[in-house]
Design a protein around this ligand. Structure first.
Ligand code: 6CS
Ligand code: FE
Length: 306
């Protein structure tokens, strides 16, 4: 164990030498209640049970054009060797990280009444952006994302202590069943699946294109799917998928002429700040795992004036 790694008891051990029994989730999935935000009791219960929730009309149709243009601007302006730009094996852009710091339009999406209040309600209070990215899943060349739990990576490599983070994936283009849309295993967020294999040094230089460490084995995935099946997030541009940090998800490749561009906003509770990695030798760059954080506070519409 490197000097950086946590010396404290690790409730979610992973990146091990050999397989161990899956671990029942310790934390609640929903931290707020139906009086603390826009989600009603039925939606909160759904999210707690399934680990995800689809919310149509999260971004207005009149904002989608400018956001699409912004994506093209970022893709054109960022240097080809900018580490925040992740490329597909064939060279097309796969992801752009930290778009909320590069674009005021994307930063504005964070503050929408259909976004920030939902994150605050699910996480039970003040939140900040742990990570944001645009996954472009480009036409013909978009390669998939193998099954994984984001929390497994954020715990092992970023030192995220608890399962108290949530992702909001907003479709910027239509998400069809056939253009690489996100698949989830409903209910899988209630179990932590420790993975075998030590984290390679500088792992993110490969994992963001094809993740081979920190992924569940095929036996685990088969059992999870046998038990709970697979759901898929599809819908028009402007729709949002909220999913728990520990929900198993993945996506297939896109061989269609139809890009599946989604912006992913990852909210973390201010009470769940990153520490030393639990299973990695060093910390990851700020654009992957924010450590210089600032609470987003209340939504602009609720901020007390004067
Ligand atoms: O390593 C990460 O943080 C990223 N990797 C994946 C496969 N999903 C979450 C996140 O974008
Ligand atoms: Fe992921």
């Amino acid at each position: 164990m490197s000097a950086l790694q946590q010396q404290v008891h690790d409730p979610y051990p992973t990146r091990l030498e050999h397989a161990i029994t899956p671990i029942e989730r310790i934390e609640p999935t929903v931290w707020g209640d139906d009086g603390s935000g826009p989600l009603g009791a039925a939606e909160l219960n759904d999210f707690a049970a399934q680990g995800y929730l689809v919310r149509p009309d999260t971004v207005d149709s009149d904002a989608l054009g400018p956001l699409g243009n912004e994506l093209e601007r970022l893709a054109a302006e960022l240097d080809s060797d900018d580490p925040r730009v992740i490329r597909e094996p064939g060279g097309s852009i796969r992801s752009i990280f930290a778009p909320h710091l590069l674009s005021t339009l994307v930063a504005g999406v964070v503050q929408l009444d259909t976004v920030l209040p939902v994150a605050r309600q699910l996480l039970g209070g003040d939140v900040y952006i742990h990570q944001a990215r645009i996954n472009l899943m480009p036409a013909f060349t978009g390669t998939g994302f193998y099954w994984h739990s984001d929390f497994e990576t954020w715990h092992a490599e970023d030192g995220m202590p608890q399962m108290r983070a949530v992702s909001c994936s907003i479709a910027l283009t239509e998400n069809y069943p056939y253009n690489g849309s996100l698949m989830v295993i409903p209910g899988s967020h209630r179990t932590f699946y420790p993975c075998v294999g030590a984290t390679p040094d500088n792992h993110h230089s490969s994992s963001l294109v094809a993740q081979r460490f920190g992924v569940p084995d095929q036996n685990t995935l088969t059992k999870a799917v046998d038990a709970d099946g697979i759901d898929q997030f599809t819908g028009p541009a402007g729709s949002a998928l909220w999913f728990d940090c520990n929900l198993l998800h993945g996506s297939g490749s896109n061989i269609t002429p139809l890009p599946r561009s989604n912006v992913f906003l990852v909210f973390n509770s201010v009470d769940n700040q990153l520490g030393a990695p639990y299973a990695a030798a060093g910390i990851r760059p700020e654009y992957l795992a924010a450590r210089r954080t600032r609470s987003l506070g209340l939504p602009a519409s609720r901020a007390q004036c004067c």
